[in-house]
Design a protein around this ligand. Structure first.
Ligand SMILES: C[S@@+](CC[C@H](N)C(=O)[O-])C[C@H]1O[C@@H](n2cnc3c(N)ncnc32)[C@H](O)[C@@H]1O
Length: 280
């Protein structure tokens, strides 16, 4: 397994004292499940993403970069917008889930935690559901700004759990959700409060025309609206020892609960922020 693949699932909790076992391996079932999950995320989030990218003015001829591009769905949509005179770079540490380079889309295997993204070369640099998972998020945001042309746009979407945690989430799902998020924060530097930091993170970097919005939706059991998250929790269970949970807790019952048609909770806030790099 390459180093790149080993980093794939850094947003999932890691088995204590076993850094190997949280990774997505090459087993066809694991790869298929992650591909399915990324497509669910795309169906849930693409409308909001496209709206923001249209608002910043994505247009034919633009050079764009999608950072942590997953299944490559946003990169493919960007390619339609920029047309044959444009360029789209689709970056991920694990490119198994997206089609290979084709047309104006160049797929690059890059670890954004340690490698540069580019130097003043893109009209638009975008990342969705990536930065909050990385302990190096501030440095990665710096690298996104560096990669943007003067006058170009940076767009970032990440969630914030403040209002999810304030609602009455039913048990046992509440315990499952809280336990795995806490574990991920302790082990990987996952930041469930990053969404609320985005506007300040953009403004403090001297970006212009900083703006953004937060959106929530109802997560209905057994539908994409909840499964993009529930499927990730389920995959974590495959590798976690039972003792991360309170004694007698049944995490599989919590997964089943979140797949009941009657299950309905509000999502975390999906915050999308954008800002423009000053002209020289
Ligand atoms: C939750 S997925 C989001 C995928 C996509 N942006 C979307 O919204 O559909 C997070 C993505 O970030 C990628 N990723 C995580 N750490 C990374 C790193 N250090 N360098 C590059 N990509 C990374 C993962 O491989 C994964 O594809």
């Amino acid at each position: 397994m390459s180093t790149a693949m080993c980093r794939t699932a850094s947003w999932l909790p890691r088995v204590p004292d076993s850094p190997e076992s949280y990774r997505i391996n090459d087993a066809p079932d694991q790869v298929r499940r992650e591909q399915d999950r990324l497509r669910m995320l795309s169906r849930v989030a693409d409308g909001r993403t496209r709206r923001a990218l249209v608002e910043v003015g994505i247009a034919p001829g633009w050079h764009c970069c999608d950072v942590g591009s997953g299944a490559g769905v946003v990169a493919a949509w960007m390619a339609e917008q920029v047309g044959p005179t444009g360029r789209v770079v689709s970056l991920d540490v694990d490119t198994r889930f997206q089609p290979p380079s084709s047309g104006v889309v160049e797929v690059r295997n890059v670890d954004i935690a340690t490698e540069p993204i580019g130097e003043s070369e893109f009209d638009l640099v975008h990342a969705r559901a990536v930065l909050q998972h990385l302990a190096q998020r501030e440095a990665v945001l710096d690298a996104m700004v560096t990669a943007t042309k003067p006058g170009g746009w940076i767009v970032v979407s990440d969630v914030d759990w403040i209002q999810y945690d304030a609602q009455p989430v039913p048990e046992p799902f509440a315990t499952l959700s809280r336990t795995l998020r806490d574990l991920s924060s302790r082990q990987h530097g996952y930041d469930g409060m990053w969404g609320r930091m985005l506007i300040n993170a953009f403004a403090s970097r001297g970006l212009n025309e900083v703006n953004g919005r937060g959106e929530v939706w109802t997560m209905h059991g057994g539908t994409d609206s909840a499964e993009w998250y529930v499927a990730a929790l389920e995959r974590a269970l495959d590798v976690l020892p039972a003792d991360v949970f309170p004694s007698g807790f049944d995490p599989r019952a919590a997964i089943a609960q979140a797949r009941e048609p009657s299950f309905a909770i509000l999502s975390p806030i999906s915050v999308t922020a954008w800002g423009r790099k000053p002209d020289r």
